[in-house]
Design a protein around this ligand. Structure first.
Ligand SMILES: Cc1cc2nc3c(=O)[nH]c(=O)nc-3n(C[C@H](O)[C@H](O)[C@H](O)COP(=O)(O)OP(=O)(O)OC[C@H]3O[C@@H](n4cnc5c(N)ncnc54)[C@H](O)[C@@H]3O)c2cc1C
Length: 259
């Protein structure tokens, strides 16, 4: 049985994925090319999901433009206990079909999505050392997972480190909450790192992979969650495999957004 099917079998309270009619509840630009947007189901209540899962926005068929019906996945930023709607953060992709749709959406606009989907979620029992590695909007599902660790109190039982890599200060988003969690929970460490920082940046520098390469990982006692662009995910998988952490275990869990 596949892991996701087994998971759904183990959690019968989970909503099965289906199509939802929804409307935009709010949208907010976090950076010039990063949009936070929330969708509320209009015809039925919000579904149950597991932190880390995603929904797929449905792009309708457009015969005039010769476009097929298509789906575009977006991870859920929110924790199931937080809101009666889906919150995501979308990176605007040049010329992207869903990008164009989201960019022009206003409060109240109709949208259709399919969800909840995906098997990028915390693998329990947790190990004593948890690493989360995100580039760009790969941060989205990780925020939901870490919020879950806080809700359950597990944030106090494990050493949890979150690496968040972007290019420059201008590309950072939603770091204030993570910084607050860093200050509040002694075993949680948040490391935003910039590959091209400005002169005034006093935080970590370099790509996330540079930081990881320097770590002596507790390979037998850890789990690592990777999300973001495919190049980063591939590099980290290669690094972890070279340290003896197999991709086949439940301790190396990944979601590739693109590439
Ligand atoms: C499981 C999953 C969850 C995801 N969650 C999120 C999320 O929470 N936030 C988010 O911002 N993205 C997320 N993505 C990526 C997101 O689905 C794509 O960026 C999105 O599909 C782009 O759609 P589009 O219609 O605008 O572009 P398209 O019309 O599909 O593509 C336009 C062009 O851009 C290229 N392209 C497509 N995606 C990207 C990209 N990400 N980066 C660079 N070039 C790209 C294509 O090759 C094509 O040339 C997720 C992807 C997956 C697989």
């Amino acid at each position: 049985m596949s892991e996701i099917l087994k998971f759904q079998f183990d959690r019968p309270e989970l909503t099965r994925p289906k199509e939802y009619a929804a409307r935009v509840v709010y949208s907010e630009w976090l950076t010039p090319d990063t949009l936070k947007i929330a969708f509320e189901p209009t015809e039925e209540p919000m579904f149950g999901f597991v932190p880390g899962q995603y929904v797929s926005v449905l792009l309708p068929k457009d015969e005039e433009k010769g476009l097929r019906k298509e789906l575009r996945p977006y991870s859920m930023w929110n924790h199931p206990d937080e809101f009666e709607y889906v919150v995501t953060i979308a990176k605007m992709v040049d010329g992207g079909r869903c990008t164009t749709l989201l960019r022009n959406m206003k409060e109240g606009d109709a949208v259709t999505f399919v969800g909840p989907l995906g098997s990028f979620f915390l693998r329990r029992p947790l190990h004593p050392h948890l690493y989360f590695v995100a580039t760009g909007t790969g941060l989205v599902p990780m925020r939901a997972m870490i919020k879950d660790l806080i809700s359950t109190g597990e944030i106090n039982d494990c050493d949890v480190t979150l690496y968040f890599g972007v290019r420059s200060e201008a590309d950072l988003f939603e770091t204030a909450e993570l910084q607050r969690w860093n200050d509040r929970f002694p075993r949680f460490t948040f490391v935003p790192t910039l590959s091209r920082p400005g002169e005034g940046w006093t935080g970590a520098r370099g790509r996330v992979t540079d930081h990881l390469a320097a770590i002596d990982f507790p390979v037998d006692d850890m789990q690592i969650y990777l999300c973001g662009n495919g190049a980063m995910v591939n590099d980290v998988v290669e690094l972890m495999e070279s340290r003896g952490l197999s991709r086949r275990t439940r301790r190396l869990v990944l979601e590739k957004y693109f590439g």
